[in-house]
Design a protein around this ligand. Structure first.
Ligand code: MV4
Length: 466
């Protein structure tokens, strides 16, 4: 059957669309993908473990297939089960969501070998960005500013000392196979360098089976600012501005906003255009995020994520671009629906991640939701698979839902967020809601004056009451 995406219809460009999309994920992102498929008129297949039989994504999909027992390794990460699910349902495309198999280049290749489209980047780009040394080398070659450091892996203490003499201390030792903060060690002086190297190496070997490490100048109090990109794999790419994701605890983001309170239009346009041009040169296809540290007015590339991210709605709210729908369109071979000149930024958006966790200890709090009342009204979006009576299983991440709020200005957005947080009712489990109610009243948050260590320092002061 011939289906036409609304954008293509409007431009008179009929494109052949997928017959059926299998969503290889769970929770709110499975729902998010399902919504995009419905708006494109594409039938959907949900997959689920035995623990997720009653999940909302299963109820809302056209068809569902049980792919295994609760542990993710036997279900959501089980490639043979997923292939079988595609086969029995005649799905011709798979959307991986985030996490699970979303950045597994081998999975993307296996699907291609079975004539099933992986809705995401080309395997070569997933693999390239998965190797942090190669990713950084590529970024540098494409004119993206990087953190000063070693050019590739360091092979000896002597080599590390020579680099330290050039760039000075503090230094950070990072694992080439790392990312997301795993396998990093700080060396504050020459005396600490051999131990930092040895510890990072052995941790990297244990965690990733690869002990190669590289060195970077350690930035003390940067912000974490990431640029959203979208490419069609045919030389067209745009940037959709930034998200400031500095508010995190143990590398888990909790509160994200766009635009960043730290950037002006000129700074955004400059880094955004550099990144978009790099993606054009790579022929990058699909949505992607280029992560930077930002300190004293300068951007430093750290890594690139080749998936749709949890916090993508913040960008959708200020650009009016449906990122998941665009991922599907370009995976089907369509051209990007917009040029950089078409991308306009409107107002301000903030996302809060509602996790089933104790707001002080952050211990997981799975169990039955006894009462669920999401907020509504102007500028409010809730992406969640929660419902009254739903039992959050203990096997997966603790994300219950995301509250995303939009306003014409940051002030309106914050006032709206405060009001939405006050409307939200979730009973039966503990959640991070009290943390957000405290945050929106905090002067540093109201002023936008924070960095990547701010939240952990705030929590250490005992600022949140459960
Ligand atoms: C850094 C850094 C300071 N200096 N690199 C942590 C996750 C990984 N993707 C990169 N990370 C960092 N790299 C240099 N040269 C500080 C961090 C970091 C961090 C970065 C982003 C968001 C939260 C963070 C929390 C602690 C450390």
């Amino acid at each position: 059957m011939l289906r036409i995406a609304p954008q293509d219809e409007a431009r008179g460009l009929g494109k052949i669309m997928f017959d059926k999309i299998l969503i290889a994920n769970r929770g709110e992102i499975a729902l998010r993908v399902l919504r995009a498929c419905k708006e494109l008129g594409i039938p959907t297949v949900a997959v689920h473990s035995t623990a997720d039989a009653d999940a909302m994504h299963v109820r809302l999909a056209d068809e569902s297939v049980c792919i295994g027992p609760p542990p993710a390794r036997e279900s959501y990460l089980n490639i043979p089960s997923l292939l079988a699910a595609c086969e029995i349902t005649c799905a011709d495309a798979v959307h991986p969501g985030y996490g699970f198999l979303s950045e597994n280049a081998r999975f993307a290749e296996i699907l291609a070998e079975h004539n099933i489209t992986f809705i995401g980047p080309k395997p070569e780009h997933i693999r390239l960005m998965g190797d942090k040394i190669e990713a950084k080398r590529t970024a540098k070659r494409l004119g993206i500013p990087v953190v000063p450091g070693s050019d590739g892996a360091v092979s000896s203490n002597a080599e590390a000392s020579a680099i330290a003499a050039e760039i000075g201390f503090p230094l950070l030792v990072k694992a080439s196979a790392g990312g997301g903060g795993r396998g990093m060690k700080i060396a504050r002086s020459a005396a600490e360098l051999p131990t930092a190297l040895a510890t990072a190496r052995s941790e990297a070997k244990a965690a990733f089976g690869d002990d190669s490490v590289y060195l970077e100048k350690y930035l003390e109090r940067p912000r974490h600012i990431e640029i959203q990109v979208l490419g069609d794999g045919r030389g067209n790419a745009v940037h959709l501005g930034e998200r400031d994701c500095s508010l995190q605890r143990r590398h888990q983001k909790l509160f994200e906003e766009s635009p960043s309170p730290a950037l002006n239009t000129a700074a955004r346009d400059k880094v955004g255009e550099t990144v978009a041009q790099a993606m054009r040169e790579l022929n990058y296809q699909s949505a992607g995020t280029v992560e930077f540290l930002y300190e004293n007015g300068a951007f430093y590339f750290i890594e690139m994520n080749t998936r749709i991210q949890v916090e993508h709605p913040v960008t959708e709210m200020i650009t009016d671009i449906d990122l998941v729908l665009e991922q599907i369109r370009v995976a089907a071979g369509a051209e990007l629906a917009m040029t950089q000149a078409d991308v306009k930024f409107h107002g301000h958006a903030i996302e809060c991640r509602l996790n089933a966790e104790n707001p002080v200890s952050f211990r997981p709090s799975p169990g039955k939701i006894l009462h669920w009342h999401p907020p509504g009204g102007p500028g409010v979006r809730v992406d969640s698979g929660a419902y009254q009576g739903y039992v959050i299983p203990p096997y997966y991440d603790s994300l219950v839902g995301k509250l995303i709020v939009h306003g014409k200005t940051r002030t309106e957005c914050l006032m709206r967020l405060k009001r939405a947080l006050d409307e939200l009712i979730v009973d039966g489990i503990e959640t991070t809601l009290p943390l957000f109610r405290a945050l929106v009243r905090e002067p540093a948050i109201i002023d936008g004056d924070y960095h990547i260590h701010w939240l952990e320092e705030f929590l250490a002061k005992g600022s949140v009451e459960g």
